[in-house]
Design a protein around this ligand. Structure first.
Ligand SMILES: *Cc1c(COP(=O)(O)O)cnc(C)c1O
Length: 393
């Protein structure tokens, strides 16, 4: 192995390599694997093969230093162009790569905060827990808006709460728990009327909704086509088939970035607007490689497959006398069960991993690409045994 470590001999290194890799292998064995398909409760999946190759190629390139890594910077820009198109970014929009939904949300609210005198953010009760971190980091209050029967933000309550003290209103395009899409059109309009920043958290839905729309699913408007939408965050390491950590934050007007920019003289960048400094270009190269390989058409096929699996799940669990919390909008489903803890634990004992959502009395499944119709058939048989006594009760 052509490895150079100054103070070691070649023989030392080879022996150590083997020993250390064996140690890692033993740890890896403890991890669940997407390939076996029994992970039903994750919004991530095994990255596409090409993602692994690309990641490896750019492992040591630092996106935080574009002077040294101008090729990586170009990949980032190409990828952002792809995402900009996907989200119908208007003239003058611009984005940046982030580590995921959490950093995307933090950056969006940070930007909004710098443009506002307010002291609170408004989110639906279904918002991701990252907004609690944001409120704590930035000293903001959270106004949590209750949901309607359809598990989306109640617009009437939003109307009573939005005012000059509002830093931003957050709408969720694909909730983490059920995949529900808030009425972004109404939220966008209220934000225009009140001159408030409107952030759309599409961490999960960003790589689902654009393709569902093209496949003629009844998806209401939710992206930059709505004039009040100020920013959108999207995770590529969820439905983008990319490798962790990769997300994107897109804003309507490029000039807004200066609100969070700092001078970064030592690395020749006029201003740096990313929350993080040193960042590997590996994930971006990986995400971009997948986007190049699949293209919009490829993603459409992936999503359509996931939706078919979701409908199959719905039919199968209804056959065993169970039901979903709500009709699936995307490839996320909550299955109502009487005893959530007992069901989750019984499934885990059999090697099946789902999420526990106690306040909705359900278990949550995400039909990611590794979850096939065959996997669902196997799962439903196990589930039926786990909930055994509770049918027809
Ligand atoms: C997953 C998720 C997040 C957080 O994203 P991370 O990549 O885990 O930081 C935020 N919002 C929603 C709606 C999500 O589904």
């Amino acid at each position: 192995m052509p490895v150079f470590v100054a103070y070691m001999t070649q023989t030392d290194i080879e022996a150590d390599f083997k020993r250390i890799l064996e140690e890692l292998q033993a740890y890896k064995q403890k991890d669940c694997s997407f390939i076996k398909g029994h992970i039903l409760g994750s919004m991530c999946t095994a990255p596409h093969q090409i993602a692994k190759k690309a990641y490896d190629m750019f492992l040591d390139s630092n996106l935080g230093d574009p002077r040294l890594f101008s090729g990586s910077k170009k990949i980032e820009q190409n990828y952002l162009d792809f995402i900009g198109k996907m989200l119908h970014g208007p003239q003058g929009h611009s984005g940046q790569v982030v580590s995921g939904g959490t950093e995307g949300n933090i950056t969006a609210i940070w930007l909004a905060r710098r443009r506002s005198e307010g002291n609170n953010i408004i989110v639906p009760a279904s918002a991701h827990f990252s907004f609690q971190k944001i409120a704590s980091l930035m000293g903001l209050k959270i106004k949590s808006i209750p949901l309607t029967q359809d598990y989306v933000m109640d617009i009437e309550v939003l109307k009573e709460n939005i005012n000059k003290k509002t830093v931003a209103v957050v709408g969720i395009a694909g909730s983490t728990e059920l995949g529900a899409v808030d009425p972004i059109e109404e939220i966008s309009q209220l934000c225009i009327d009140n001159e408030v920043f409107c952030h759309v958290d599409a961490a999960f839905g960003g790589f689902v909704l654009p393709f569902l729309k093209e496949l003629n699913y009844p998806i209401p408007q939710w992206d930059f086509q709505l004039p009040g939408v100020s920013s959108i965050s999207v995770d590529a390491h969820k439905m983008g088939y990319a490798a962790i950590p990769l997300g994107l934050l897109m804003v309507r007007e490029s000039k807004w970035w200066s609100n969070v920019g700092v001078k970064a003289l030592c690395i020749d960048e006029k201003i740096q607007t990313s929350l993080l400094g040193t960042r590997s270009a590996g994930p971006v190269a990986a995400g971009y490689a997948v986007a190049r390989l699949l293209g919009f058409e490829g993603y459409k096929k992936v999503i359509e497959g996931c939706m078919q699996t979701t409908f199959h799940l719905k039919r199968r669990i209804e056959q065993i006398g169970l039901e979903l919390v709500m009709k699936p909008t995307m490839n996320v489903a909550g299955i109502k069960v009487k005893d959530v803890d007992a069901t989750v634990d019984a499934l885990a004992k059999q090697g099946w991993f789902v999420n526990r959502i106690s306040h909705l009395s359900c278990i949550r499944l995400v039909m990611m690409p590794h979850v096939t119709i065959e996997v669902i058939d196997e799962f439903v048989d196990v589930l039926e045994k786990c909930v055994g006594g509770e049918k027809g009760r």
